[in-house]
Design a protein around this ligand. Sequence first.
Ligand code: BG6
Length: 485
Amino acid sequence: MSNFPNAFLWGGAIASTQAEGAWNEGGKGIDTQDLRVFDVTWDAQERRRNRDINMTSERFANALATNESEHYPFRWGIDFYHTYKEDLALMEELGLKVFRTSISWARIFPNGDDAEPNEEGLRYYEDLFGECHRRGMKVFATILHYATPVNLVTTYGGWKSREMIDFYLRYCKVLFERLGDLVDFWLPFNEINCSRFNPWNGCCLIKDQEENYDQAIFQCTHHQFVANALAVKLCHQMIPGSMVGGMIARFTSYPATCDPDDVMASILDENYKNYFYTDVMARGYYPSYAKRMFANLGVEVKMEPGDVEILRENTVDFLSFSYYMSMISTDNKDYEVTSGNLLSGKKNPYLQTSDWGWQIDPKGLRISLNQMYDRYQLPLFIAENGIGANDVVGEDGVVHDPYRIDYLREHIAQMGKAIEDGVDLLGYTMWGIIDIVSCGTIEMNKRYGVIYVDRDEAGHGTNKRLKKDSFAWYQRCIASNGADL
Ligand code: BG6
């Protein structure tokens, strides 16, 4: 028997940068993700180091000076820009009810500050979203999934500048005008807490150019909070009845032991890494604990008159989050460290890890859903969840991925339990429904999809799509509304 409501939105998610490729086609300008470098010869450690370095002035200059794409995988992605029709046919075959992707800002405003939008970019998303609807899928559109027109960084300094709010709203206005009828759920910012954990991706900061990195990070975050609230306002004004959400990367955290110090460490981790962001977007004000957090970091956020009202009057309609793993909290240095999404953490002895060291914790998803719903009483949407693995095509020409089926089965079962607990869960967009370039480590071989893409880490391959074993599994799960796991 299914414990999912009939209207539950089973879905799949990708992001424009990681999938579209065609980085200099259709009038698109160069964006911040086009500048992230990767080398196939790097070992696992160097790949992780590359993730943690984010961006340097030297890398930035080198990337701007070259048109080659081999070392810049976001420039080629999986060529979704050209293949979206065939790919969406596969999504329809899967039975998806909703498709999540992001709009590329630089396809709409190539320089970010252009007076007029690029018509070809708008037509692309009209076609893409129209095709989703023709194939029976709703559209969950992320307005900004990291990729920002580079001119906004070189000319204005990225999100440090308050002017970014105006450029961002100019972009939103065009999207609401032209795509308003085609989008069912709007998400102004992917993982707004990423500004802290990957400041290049999140807010376009180059560390070696910052005197006070934390100060810059939280000033950028404030501008994004204001931009988020004004996007909610504009969307509600222009598209009555629209649903606009907030999103974080959820770092679910447990005390390492019942030692009260560990319990307090866990409360602070939850507040500083997660709730600070959702509190502002959903409650509409900076939480009281922010004062101590800013004092510890030596940060003073500069606000303009009216900001408090903007945040208070324009809170989100729903909350969403990505969930890949959980972490433990303690100041005890004896714990082994393991990797995770956006940051590393201490290892939980009760959990297994993925090929990339991320701690697999399905029950943590039920815990997170309960915590978030209890705190905000707003509908929730799981915007991302999945497992990155080193999939191989077997001699029989098929990708057998029982580990992915196990991962999905267990997480979906826990989602069902959370619904029984009383959580209002709108939907689930499995991350990387089709293999794409990974965001953190820029590896093509870190695959999440139920659809395999024949492309290697240098971008070579036939680019053909293959259904993995998990394709049929997810198809059955959706057809049975989560009863057949
Ligand atoms: C999320 C991002 O943080 O994690 C995605 O929103 C990303 O863009 C996903 O792909 C998984 O991370 P990674 O590094 O394995 O691609």
